[in-house]
Design a protein around this ligand. Structure first.
Ligand SMILES: [Zn+2]
Length: 153
C-alpha cells in the first residue's frame, strides 16, 4: 500500500516547515552559524512556496529550475537583510560619535562619505579641525578630549 501523492506532499510540507523552524531557532544545530541557518531556512521557504505554485505534470527540469531560483532569491533576501543591519550599525556609530563630540565641546560638520567606500563616513570639528571616521563596525576618533574652542574661552 502506498500513500497518495497528496498525502506525501502534506507530510513533506509539515516536515519542511518544522525544519525551517528548527533552523531559525537554532538550538538543535548550534554549530551552524546564524546567517547560514537563516539563509537555508529562507531557501526552504521559497522552495515550498514555489513548488505549491507549479502546475500539474510539469517536467522535472522545471522543478529543478524552481529549486535553483529558491536558492538565488534567498541569497538576495539575505544580502538585503545584512545590508540593512550594516546601515543600522553605521547609524548607531554616527550617533555615538556625535554624542561623544558634543559632550566634549566639539561642533561637527556634516558627515561626508569616504571616497571609494560604501559604508564609511568622516567628519571634522568646525572649531578645532579634529577628525572622526566611522564605518558600520569601527570608529576612529582623533578629536581632542576637550575642544580648543572651550580652552580658549
Ligand atoms: Zn573641536
Amino acid at each position: 500500500m502506498t500513500n497518495s501523492a497528496e498525502t506525501e506532499l502534506k507530510h513533506l510540507k509539515t516536515a519542511v516547515r518544522y525544519l525551517i523552524g528548527l533552523l531559525e531557532e537554532g538550538s538543535l544545530v548550534p554549530r551552524y552559524d546564524e546567517s547560514t541557518r537563516k539563509e537555508i531556512g529562507m531557501v526552504l521557504q521559497h522552495l515550498l512556496h514555489k513548488v505549491e505554485g507549479l502546475p500539474e505534470g510539469v517536467p522535472e527540469n522545471l522543478v529543478l529550475t524552481t529549486a535553483v531560483r529558491a536558492v538565488v532569491e534567498a541569497a538576495a533576501e539575505h544580502d538585503q537583510a545584512a545590508q540593512q543591519e550594516q546601515a543600522d550599525a553605521l547609524e548607531r556609530q554616527m550617533c555615538e560619535a556625535e554624542a561623544w563630540a558634543s559632550i566634549h565641546g566639539h561642533l561637527l560638520e556634516k558627515w561626508e562619505p569616504v571616497a571609494g567606500s560604501v559604508m564609511e563616513y568622516q567628519t571634522s570639528c568646525q572649531t578645532c579641525g579634529g577628525f572622526i571616521y566611522v564605518s558600520h563596525n569601527s570608529n576612529y576618533n582623533l578629536l581632542l578630549e576637550t575642544c580648543e574652542r572651550i580652552k580658549q574661552e
